[in-house]
Write a protein that binds this ligand. Structure first.
Ligand SMILES: CCCCCCCCCCCCCCCCCCCCCC(=O)SCCNC(=O)CCNC(=O)[C@H](O)C(C)(C)COP(=O)(O)OP(=O)(O)OC[C@H]1O[C@@H](n2cnc3c(N)ncnc32)[C@H](O)[C@@H]1OP(=O)(O)O
Ligand SMILES: Cc1cc2nc3c(=O)[nH]c(=O)nc-3n(C[C@H](O)[C@H](O)[C@H](O)COP(=O)(O)OP(=O)(O)OC[C@H]3O[C@@H](n4cnc5c(N)ncnc54)[C@H](O)[C@@H]3O)c2cc1C
Length: 665
């Protein structure tokens, strides 16, 4: 590790002594193998040693426009560096788009992100072979830069309600794009504000006087030379946000803007020259780009959470405060059980989320290959699981990041702690790519359908037939997973009972659905949690783990699944047999006891565990989380960068304060 220099905080040094497991083994596990770790490290050296990619001053001190210009400069330089990258272009791109290496260089957000994360995937997923031949090479070579323009001022969630129209004119064989109202303006697409000159635009397709629903269109927005908006295009940036401020989210309106017929992306549905519409095999195939992003967002959130946990854990072992034993030295705050209760569950969650995300990624690849062959069987399961995990990882992730920030007391509130940025990025994922509540309801729809029709994909098999397994308290990991399963089934049944009750009262299905939303969301969340804990437990059964690594991962797994159970203990009340046999109280007591024991067992390995994430100081970008633990000196060094510290008296004193002081008010 490059940062292992001379100083090492004595408390951290002690934490690192006598580590019972091989940290590198965990690093390799998370990277996906020894070679992948070596590749990553080589890539990090290549990128992070480049002086031109370092910030002259912290981004916080720049104006909105200067931040954008600076991040764009570095993003373009990074793209040049891709060509000679030792790891190869695609792995480098992935690393740069992900939360680790990319955000170490582009701290405020990547102005080219949407090009890679949505524009290219949309072309690949929605374009015919001919359309790909026409556009993809240009996109990969960055001759054109694109975004994905779907959300409008009036509608983000309800895609069937989008207002932008694309009306086919058979006389000229063109589509006419139009924003018929203010609320029809595209609003939010990343990179649209200033960077992109092309977009995949989602619009309501009209042909032969009939609306055929939303479809993707390839649209040029700006002149390729001058970058000026083309006539008929109204475009701009939407302004500062909670985070991700250099992703230049933008707005876009169309004033009778014409594009050729072959710029409808026609892989799944077509409009023939005479205007005849050819339907897709499944109308939701035009939503496929969103499914891809939901899958990668789970990985992105997990990497961000790892950063937050590393910063908070190292800091908590350096920070000494208050009195534990009267008269003794102030303890490391990590020795308070309350602090362990804050930090060890998110630490365990980083493993749980990574394993579940890997699982989802494999399902995505299989389902996508099948879809390319015309087999859509896995699509409902992929949609259900990608919605479930995206919503779960982002909502739990954002809560955990906030807890990590709180665990660092006042210093966690500093911008330089990097928590504001990490939080800004993770909480954004609760909203973008499908607002979480809306996604939970999509999951619930799949669960209810499966339970009622007794047929569904692999992730919902447990809802088919009667559930089997122990009906008493069972303290094995399997026993706890079974408890999760029974709770999930119980909640789906309760939601269905609610729907049926409303039906009997004469309510229409849509009203019944709305009135059961609280139950439906609980059921969807229980389903997602079951998937995550099952993935964690199952992954420990297989794999070539050494005994010490297996031990510590098993402890984390157990801690995590008990933590969630206790957090959601109220939901056990939905499982009728538990109430009848008074098992809820017993469950609660037994688990709490175990949970507390696990906190104490894992505490000594907390620093070693976060060390094994192998996140370089440049990636953590926080004086609180550096490897050497030199927290206080680094905080001072950061404060020295403030423009207000460049003179002993600021000019505003003479302008405003002095007259006030002299005014005898
Ligand atoms: C090699 C290079 C590559 C390297 C790259 C590597 C990268 C790696 C690194 C990456 C770092 C990343 C992070 C950084 C960047 C940040 C980027 C930020 C981006 C943010 C972008 C955005 O934010 S972009 C906008 C997203 N905006 C939504 O997300 C709208 C939500 N809204 C809906 O998505 C629909 O509106 C909603 C609700 C479904 C209802 O749709 P609806 O009303 O039409 O449908 P209904 O509800 O009526 O459902 C009718 C039936 O359709 C079924 N169904 C519905 N959807 C389906 C689907 N997708 N697939 C299959 N089936 C589906 C359903 O299950 C029903 O099935 P059934 O009938 O059998 O029950
Ligand atoms: C950082 C960021 C980047 C983005 N990037 C892009 C991009 O690149 N391209 C793009 O096209 N879009 C982008 N978006 C837009 C994003 O996809 C939408 O904001 C998101 O899908 C939510 O839609 P909405 O804003 O219309 O929220 P709304 O749907 O208006 O949500 C408001 C509230 O209503 C609730 N609600 C809505 N419908 C229902 C329902 N059916 N049942 C119950 N409750 C409901 C929601 O739960 C929420 O509480 C981005 C957004 C952000 C924040």
């Amino acid at each position: 590790m490059s940062q292992k220099e001379t100083y090492e905080n004595p408390d951290l040094k002690k934490e690192r002594q006598n580590c019972p497991f091989n940290k590198e083994e965990i690093t390799n596990l998370l990277d996906g193998g020894k070679e992948k770790t070596a590749e990553r490290k080589q890539l990090e050296n290549y990128i992070l040693s480049d002086e031109q990619l370092k910030d002259a001053v912290p981004m916080e001190y720049l104006s909105h426009a200067d931040k954008y210009a600076e991040e764009l400069r570095k993003a373009c330089l990074l793209m040049h560096k891709l060509e000679n990258s030792p790891a190869g272009q695609v792995p480098t791109l992935r690393a740069l788009m992900g939360a680790g290496l990319g955000s170490a260089v582009l701290k405020e957000g990547n102005p080219l992100a949407l090009h890679y994360v949505m524009f290219i995937p949309a072309l690949m997923g929605q374009g015919t072979i001919d359309q790909q031949a026409k556009w993809l090479a240009k996109a990969y070579n960055l001759n054109i830069i694109g975004t994905y323009a779907q959300t409008e001022l009036g509608h983000g969630t309800f895609l069937r309600g989008l207002e932008t129209t694309a009306t086919y004119d058979p006389n000229t064989q063109e589509f006419v794009l139009e924003s018929p109202s203010l609320t029809a303006y595209k609003w939010w697409p990343g990179s649209l504000g200033k960077t992109a000159n092309y977009a995949v635009v989602m619009a309501q397709l009209y042909t032969k006087g009939k609306c055929e629903g939303t479809h993707p269109f390839m649209v040029q927005l700006r002149d390729e030379e001058t970058h000026e908006p083309l006539p008929g295009i109204v475009i701009g940036e939407i302004g500062p946000k909670l985070g991700m401020n250099t992703n230049d989210n933008g707005y876009l309106g169309f004033e009778k803007f014409r594009i050729p017929r072959d710029q409808l992306l026609m892989k799944h549905s077509q409009v023939l020259e005479d205007g005849t519409y050819v339907k897709p095999t499944n109308s939701k195939l035009s939503y496929a780009t969103m499914v891809f992003v939901r899958v990668v967002v789970c990985q992105d959130v997990t990497t961000n959470l790892r950063k937050a946990v590393t910063i908070a854990t190292r800091y908590s072992c350096v920070r000494r405060q208050s009195e534990l034993k009267p008269g003794d030295r102030e303890p490391q705050v990590m020795d308070y059980q309350a602090q362990q209760n804050k930090l060890l569950p998110p630490l365990a969650a980083t493993f749980a989320f990574q394993l579940a995300s890997d699982h989802l990624w494999n399902l995505y690849n299989t389902a996508n290959n099948n879809i390319e062959q015309g087999d859509l069987e896995l699509l409902p399961d992929l949609h259900g699981l990608s919605c479930a995990l995206k919503a779960l990882c982002s909502s739990e992730g954002a809560n955990f990041v906030e807890v990590c920030r709180q665990s660092c007391g006042g210093h966690g509130y500093m911008a330089c702690s990097n928590f504001p940025r990490i939080y800004g990025q993770v909480t954004a994922a609760e909203t973008y790519e499908g607002e979480n509540t809306v996604l939970w309801l999509q999951v619930a729809r799949y669960l209810v359908k499966t339970r009622k029709e007794q047929t569904g994909g692999l992730s919902v098999k447990y809802l088919i037939g009667e559930e089997k397994g122990p009906k008493t308290v069972d303290t094995t990991l399997e026993g706890i997973v079974h408890l999760y399963r029974r709770t999930a089934v119980g909640l789906v049944d309760v939601a269905i009972a609610e729907l049926e009750k409303s039906g009997r009262k004469g309510e229409a299905p849509h009203d019944a659905w709305n009135h059961a939303a609280v139950y439906l969301i609980k059921a969807a969340q229980a389903h997602a949690r079951l998937f995550v804990v099952e993935s964690f437990v199952n992954s420990l059964k297989v794999g070539n783990l050494s005994a010490p690594v297996r031990t510590v991962l098993s402890q984390l797994c157990e801690l995590f699944i008990i933590y969630w159970l206790l957090e959601r203990s109220g939901e056990l009340f939905f499982v009728r047999q538990f109430i009848k046999k008074r098992l809820v109280t017993v469950e609660f007591q037994v688990r709490t006891l175990l949970y507390v024991k696990l906190l104490a067992a894992i505490r000594p390995q907390a620093v070693n565990l976060v060390d094994s994430f192998d996140l370089r100081d440049e990636i953590l970008a926080s004086p609180l989380g550096c490897w050497d633990g030199n927290v206080y000196q680094r905080l001072f060094d950061e404060a020295a960068k403030s423009p207000l510290n460049q003179s002993s008296v600021h000019e505003s004193f003479h302008k405003y304060l002095k007259p006030l002081l002299k005014s005898n008010l």
